[in-house]
Design a protein around this ligand. Structure first.
Ligand SMILES: [Fe+2]
Length: 348
């Protein structure tokens, strides 16, 4: 994918010339001629680099830089201020505003290109490192909940099979897999005495636990490659009747991938050993999902499709092994530690 650059510049001759030049260097370039459109463009485009020239009609360049950088979406985005001849005071103010660097206006587009390419390489490296860190955090959360060994792998398999059966395309299935790995990453901020509590949570503990979809969204927001899964992370605890959290979305306002993920998540929890009960047989787990449909919590059509997928998988060696591995594996497993608490594992 070509890198995306946002060019904020009201000197139109320079803007259009530089835009054409950078596009010729295989960059996607959007332009903004004022602060308002720049902030909006940053939200829509999530650029890999912002070049901010020193002349805007409605807002100073330092203030615009500050506004761009305060948005979690842009935390990893380099913002460069370009000025005719920056002095030490400009450099100081730029740094305070969150600018990556302050450059004197380059002598030529080619001179600018060398610096731009260096920053784009740095941004790419930062994205890769941040993505690795995010996945490491998600694995850490998963392993903390140690009675759920293999939970994420099973969840990915269930969600993918369900998504496929609902006709999702390759791109949506890829996003669903990533979301399945990362959806509970916000639990990294939940204290262990709450996360691993064997009994029911009290009201305050539940409030803390219920912040994890929003925290997860914030953790993943700076990564452009995760942008499309943010709604799945945020809304994986919504309920069809609007009684879920964090936003109380109803029905199809809840993203389909979030509805798929929550059904797969609950099914895996039900077919997994807990400190207070053994793993349920698949048929019983499916009945529980149906009872949650009747309660108005889960999407009826998606649960029915999941039921079909589960029943069909019994006749397919590969899928059957995947779908039933949780239950039979758990039935054979020795209970080594109390099951952690989870606000969602047995119900929506
Ligand atoms: Fe969750």
């Amino acid at each position: 994918m070509n890198p995306a650059i946002m060019l904020v510049d009201v000197v139109s001759a320079n803007r259009e010339g530089l835009k054409s030049f950078l596009q010729g260097q295989k960059c996607n370039v959007d332009t903004a001629a004022d602060g308002e459109s720049a902030v909006r463009c940053c939200l829509e485009m999530q650029p890999d680099l912002v070049l901010l020239y020193d002349s805007l009609p409605d807002i100073g360049s330092f203030e615009l830089c500050r506004q761009i950088k305060k948005d979690p979406f842009n935390q990893l985005t380099p913002v460069v201020l370009l000025k005719p001849s920056p002095d030490l005071w400009d450099i100081q103010r730029g740094r305070e505003a969150g600018a990556t660097d302050i450059w004197a206006n380059p002598a030529s587009h080619w001179d600018l290109l060398g610096r731009v390419q260096t920053l784009l390489q740095l941004k790419k490296y930062m994205d890769e490192q941040a993505r690795s860190a995010v996945f490491a955090l998600a694995r850490s959360v998963d392993s903390k909940q140690n009675s759920r060994n293999g939970h994420s792998e099973r969840l990915v398999a269930y969600a993918e099979q369900l998504g496929e059966s609902l006709g999702l395309g390759d791109e949506d299935l890829h996003e669903l897999r990533i979301a399945s790995w990362l959806h509970d990453i916000g639990k990294i901020a939940v204290p262990e005495d709450i996360l691993l509590k064997p009994g029911p949570l009290d009201a305050e503990e539940r409030r803390i636990m219920q912040e994890h979809p929003i925290i997860g969204e914030k953790i993943c927001a700076p990564l452009k490659s995760l942008r499309r899964i943010l709604p799945v992370i945020r809304h994986h605890h919504e309920k069809m009747d609007g009684s879920g959290y964090p936003d109380g979305l109803r029905g199809e306002a809840i993203p389909l991938k979030a509805r798929i993920l929550q059904i797969a998540d609950i099914y895996d929890a039900l077919t997994t050993n807990r400190s207070y009960r053994g793993a349920l047989p698949p048929e019983e787990a499916l009945q529980t999902l149906l009872s949650e449909v009747r309660s108005g919590w889960l999407d009826a059509s998606v649960v029915l499709k999941f039921t079909q997928v589960c029943k069909q998988s019994e006749y397919s060696p590969v899928r059957g092994r995947t779908m039933l591995a949780s239950y039979y594996g758990q039935r054979l497993a020795v209970r080594q530690s109390p099951a952690p608490n989870s606000e969602s594992e047995d119900t929506a």
